[in-house]
Design a protein around this ligand. Structure first.
Ligand code: TXA
Ligand code: MG
Length: 350
């Protein structure tokens, strides 16, 4: 398949391009586009034949529902019903932005999109390119992250091209994604609301609207049969680079010592090691490829660079990736959720 690839400048968006891409969506084609979280792989959410192609292009399991993207508040009532007070308040507070609300689906949304569920996830992104694309398409756009299933989500258009060139009709590039981790997914069909996937809209922020809100306990723990995540997508192996990831968790000084000790052992075995460090610690490591995720003083910089760094280590061909850990509070909950999954919960406490 021929893929049209265009890079747009977010500060000076070429609307002709987005009108054309909007037509593509309306006509059942696949379009990759930037959002403030990660890049999305979009298709017309109302057209089951179109959304079926998303599953095929990504190699995504058919039982993992897609979320849909809208551009205006008036669109909400077209796609969902029985909207709770908490859901309305969350929308007013955090849309447009990195938050997806699960609500009862209307029949306009194809069952293929929702993987046969009676509920559907809805998000209004803040990214200018995404919003205009949705508006010009005239429909709601189903879009999972624009990566091959199982890989870290793309936060840079080059990674979308790597994964999906030849498998989609259009790829639109924009700026690097602001948050770098996927949206917070909140189940609003239950009371109190439940966070199914942590993101930039944190538990503390959600509790300002519903003080009893909580995080699905199944997602922060090592997978076990008795504790099944409520979001189908959270049960799959995810965010995994080619090399195994190990997290070293504890006091920073001890973390550094432990990592250097582990590096020495790997070197003795002729292994090439990658270290996910931070600006504060990066100069303490030796004999490894060290990439800083960002500053510990700016937790958002860590989130922004996490997926791209995992992919960079793939490109370097390392045999193992050792990562520092982060405090599980605020946005740090989302960072540790993704990091734990990429490491298959291989955590070494020091
Ligand atoms: O930031 C994001 O949310 C990005 C951008 C492109 O908007 N999209 C994204 O989509 O991450 P995806 O499909 O990769 O993740 C959606 C998550 C999955 O874990 C899925 O299982 C869950 O939401 N989900 C979708 N519909 C659901 C439903 N009706 N009930 C429970 N979980 C649902
Ligand atoms: Mg995904």
């Amino acid at each position: 398949m021929y893929t049209k690839i265009v890079n747009l400048n977010e500060d000076d968006v070429d609307e002709q391009i987005l009108k054309e891409a909007g037509e593509f969506i309306k006509n059942g084609k696949l379009v990759v586009f930037p959002t403030e979280t990660v890049y999305g792989l979009g298709a017309n959410a109302e057209d089951g034949e179109a959304t079926k192609k998303i599953f095929e292009a990504k190699g995504r399991p058919q039982d993992n529902p897609l979320i849909i993207h809208i551009s205006d508040f008036e669109d909400v009532d077209k796609v969902v019903r029985n909207i709770s007070d908490s859901a309305r308040k969350l929308m007013r507070e955090f849309w447009p932005g990195p938050m997806t609300l699960i609500m009862e689906k209307k029949s306009i949304i194809s069952d293929v999109t929702s993987a046969g569920l009676t509920s559907v996830g809805v998000r209004m992104p803040s990214d200018k390119i995404a919003r205009k694309l949705i508006k010009f398409s005239g429909v709601s756009i189903a879009a999972p992250s624009a990566n091959l299933s199982g890989k870290p989500s793309p936060t840079d258009v080059e990674r979308c091209i790597e994964d999906l060139n030849g498998k989609v009709d259009y790829i639109i590039g924009g700026n690097k994604c602001e948050y770098g981790l996927e949206s917070t997914v909140i189940d609003c069909t239950v009371n109190p609301v439940c966070i199914l996937r942590p993101g930039a809209i944190t538990l503390e922020m959600v509790r300002k609207v519903d003080e009893k809100a909580y995080i699905d306990p199944a997602i922060m723990a090592k997978p076990e049969p008795s504790l099944k995540p409520k979001a189908p997508g959270m049960k799959y192996k995810h965010y995994a680079p080619k090399a195994p990831v190990k997290i070293i968790d504890g006091d920073l000084k001890k973390t550094i010592e432990k990592i250097n000790e582990m590096v020495q052992n790997y070197i003795d075995d002729n292994k090439k090691v990658g270290i996910m460090a931070t600006d504060e610690t990066k100069n303490n490591y030796r004999n490894a490829i060290v990439i800083s995720l960002g500053s510990r003083k700016d937790i958002y910089s860590i989130g922004r660079n996490l997926f791209e760094t995992l992919r960079d280590f793939d490109d370097c061909g390392v045999d193992v990736i050792l990562s520092e850990a982060f405090d599980e509070e605020g946005f740090g909950v989302a960072i540790m959720n993704r990091l734990n999954k990429s490491a298959g919960f291989d955590i070494i406490n020091v």
